[in-house]
Design a protein around this ligand. Structure first.
Ligand code: GDP
Ligand code: MG
Length: 201
């Protein structure tokens, strides 16, 4: 009982976020800017890594666990495992590469498939490299329309200037935290049933 309570509390305070998107859009640069306040220009493109940081979210101390994915997610089994472990997703494209925007639809499909049992999946669409306005290939309108269709927020960021970097991580954590709190209240009875079933097994 005590063990399950503390487990529950720690999962409430630890938000698992996954960076998803095509190669080169700035998933690592956004992660490293959020973690260490620096712009890293040449992060190893094939390296996936996870990071953890304590932050204060609306007065509560919580931890964010960020999984920065890389090329391995081409292997469906690895990708599905990554996605399954995620509680929230930053679906990143680069505003300078239209193909990376098109690819977000495919990534979203994959997330929905893996998370089929969830009716809401905390997710933000992130248009990165907003400092490269002169090279823009995706208009804000086009991206916003897509996000509206999906019922999610669209935010433009720059890992270089740090514009909106905190915003996307904090807004996502708020969504993840809100969802967990709602489920915890609603699903308490359901949770009890599940616990009993586990005991029998
Ligand atoms: P990933 O493959 O999605 O992890 O992309 P990276 O984070 O490795 O970034 C790919 C390239 O784009 C690197 O050269 C970064 O320095 C650059 N980059 C990433 N984000 C930005 C940004 O917001 N603005 C600019 N100008 N360059 C960026
Ligand atoms: Mg990377």
């Amino acid at each position: 009982m005590a063990a399950s309570k503390s487990k529950n509390q720690s999962s409430l305070g630890l938000h698992k976020v996954i960076m998803v998107g095509s190669g080169g859009v700035g998933k690592s640069a956004l992660t490293l800017q959020f973690m260490y306040d620096e712009f890293v220009e040449d992060y190893e493109p094939t390296k996936a890594d996870s990071y953890r940081k304590k932050v204060v979210l609306d007065g509560d101390e919580v931890q964010i666990d960020i999984l920065d994915t890389a090329g391995q997610e081409d292997y469906a089994a690895i990708r599905d495992n990554y996605f399954r472990s995620g509680e929230g997703f930053l679906l990143v494209f680069s505003i300078t590469e239209h193909e990376s925007f098109t690819a977000t639809s495919e990534f979203r499909e994959q997330i929905l498939r893996v998370k089929a049992e969830d009716d809401t999946i905390p997710l933000l669409v992130v248009g990165n490299k907003s400092d490269l306005e002169g090279h823009r290939q995706v208009t804000s309108d086009e991206a916003r329309r897509k996000a509206e269709e999906w019922g999610v927020q669209y935010v433009e960021t720059s890992a270089k200037t740090r514009a909106n970097v905190d915003k996307v991580f904090f807004d996502l954590m708020r969504e993840v935290g809100g969802k967990k709190k709602a489920e915890n209240k609603e699903g308490r009875k359901d949770g009890e049933r599940k616990k009993k079933r586990c005991c029998i097994l």
